[in-house]
Design a protein around this ligand. Structure first.
Ligand code: SF4
Ligand code: SF4
Length: 166
């Protein structure tokens, strides 16, 4: 059961991201890529479902359905009420992680930082179907960039070293 101040922080996030302005037009669900990505529709994971549930019960935050959103911003772009659901989900997940709710999150295997919900990773792995590129999914974009930069430096120095040796 979450602490009282956590409940208040969830309510603040709902308020700050204007989620109380939702008038249930359904545009967000229509443009959301979750259906195509996960291959099934689930109202609880949709923006309206999340808004409805958390507005009625801000303590219901251990639910796995809060970790399905792909934070793509499509719903934010089309929402006629200006609700920034993507920012809300990002802030909410940060809040959950800060308070120790980590079981649905995946952390970089190099630096240990959070970078993706486990569900999202699972489905990407399924799409990649065990290909070599799967290994990269365990490393966050920052660490991947560092790795790439190191490879570039090695490649950039390689001809000079070879010329010197020759
Ligand atoms: S598009 Fe905006 S107003 Fe419409 S249901 Fe979604 S969040 Fe609510
Ligand atoms: S931000 Fe999340 S809820 Fe909004 S369209 Fe993208 S996946 Fe769907």
């Amino acid at each position: 059961m979450p602490a009282l101040d956590l409940k208040a922080e969830v309510e603040k996030l709902l308020h700050d991201n204007k989620l109380n302005l939702c008038f249930e037009c359904g545009k967000c669900s229509a443009v959301c890529p979750m259906l195509d990505f996960y291959g099934e529709y689930n109202y609880d994971r949709s923006p309206r479902g999340v808004v409805e549930r958390l507005s009625l019960d801000p303590e219901k935050i251990e639910d796995e359905s809060l970790w399905y959103c792909l934070t793509c911003q499509a719903c934010t772009f089309f929402c006629p009420s200006g609700i920034d659901f993507q920012s809300f989900m990002t802030d909410l997940r940060e809040l959950l992680l800060k308070n120790g709710f980590k079981k649905h999150a995946f952390f970089c295997s190099v630096c240990g930082r959070y970078f993706m919900p486990k569900k999202e990773l699972e489905y990407i792995k399924k799409i990649l179907d065990g290909k070599k590129s799967c290994e990269y999914m365990y490393v966050c974009p920052e660490c991947r960039k560092k790795d790439y930069a190191e490879i570039l430096h090695r490649v950039a120095h390689w001809p000079k070293q070879s010329i010197k040796k020759a």
